[in-house]
Design a protein around this ligand. Structure first.
Ligand SMILES: C[S@@+](CC[C@H](N)C(=O)[O-])C[C@H]1O[C@@H](n2cnc3c(N)ncnc32)[C@H](O)[C@@H]1O
Length: 234
């Protein structure tokens, strides 16, 4: 499998399989990740693509088995190297994950997708480890809103997360100046969020086309921000 490492300011991005790369990495402060949901993304039951524009993953099969055998073990390794973690596992396979310390939801009144019992208006947020903030300063453990239209991001990846939601998640799980890892980086939304609110970032992505977009987005975010990562009070 092709591997690459790119350093952009305070961000280190790895192209490759996170299950192989994670054991080689050191300790970090927080895991913030949005792994594949195991929902056969973009495919019908006979394996054809449902939505040509949206497409589906090509580097792996987005199945419940993939979540069980690859995603959950990788999340466990990442969590073992961090003080704490925030994971958005999707609904269908969230029970395959280790029991969290706490749970929240991302309530989206515009709807997420259709589940076994109906139209889903919320998706789970799993919390691991200890809240980095004083409970009085923590705010809610859930959030709501469709935040923003994904616009052109939808053409770059089958399921990018909105930047504002991701920024909320990074802020929730980490403090300014800390190091955040996302082993399922996609097109780098967690990295852009980290740059915008002054966290160091480590990202891993399997598919080169998403990895390249992540490098570009993070570079642009750094150019726009010109932040000093020396660490000031939040
Ligand atoms: C739900 S998407 C993350 C989207 C991301 N939050 C964003 O906004 O761009 C999950 C990503 O994990 C990647 N992935 C799947 N298996 C992986 C693996 N073994 N190692 C690294 N990345 C992987 C997929 O290619 C996909 O881009």
């Amino acid at each position: 499998m092709k591997r690459r490492v790119v350093t952009i300011g305070p961000c280190t991005l790895f192209l490759g399989d996170c299950l192989e790369i994670l054991p080689e990495l050191g300790q970090v402060d927080a895991v913030v990740t949005d792994p594949p949901y195991g929902v056969n993304l973009g495919k019908t039951k006979n394996g054809q693509e449902r939505d040509k524009k949206r497409g589906s993953y090509t580097g792996f099969s987005d199945t419940p088995e993939y979540v069980r055998d690859k995603v959950v073990p990788a999340v466990k390794i990442a969590l073992s190297k961090a003080e704490r973690g925030l994971v958005t596992p999707g609904t269908k396979n969230c029970f395959l994950y280790p029991p969290p310390c706490d749970m929240g939801v991302w309530f989206n009144p515009a709807g997420q997708s259709t589940g076994r019992w109906g139209f889903m208006l919320a998706s789970p947020i799993l919390y691991y480890g200890k809240n980095p903030k004083n409970i009085k300063q923590s705010g809610a453990s859930s959030t709501w809103g469709s935040f923003e239209r994904l616009g052109e991001l939808k053409e770059l990846h089958p399921c990018p997360k909105p930047l504002k939601f991701t920024q909320w998640a990074v802020k929730k799980a980490s403090l300014e100046g800390e190091t955040v890892i996302d082993p399922f980086m996609g097109i780098g939304t967690t990295g852009v969020a980290c740059v915008n609110i002054r966290r160091k970032f480590i990202g891993i992505e399997l598919e080169e086309k998403y990895f390249d977009v992540a490098c570009n987005r993070i570079e642009q975010a750094l150019k726009q921000g010109q932040f000093d990562f020396g660490g000031t009070a939040e």
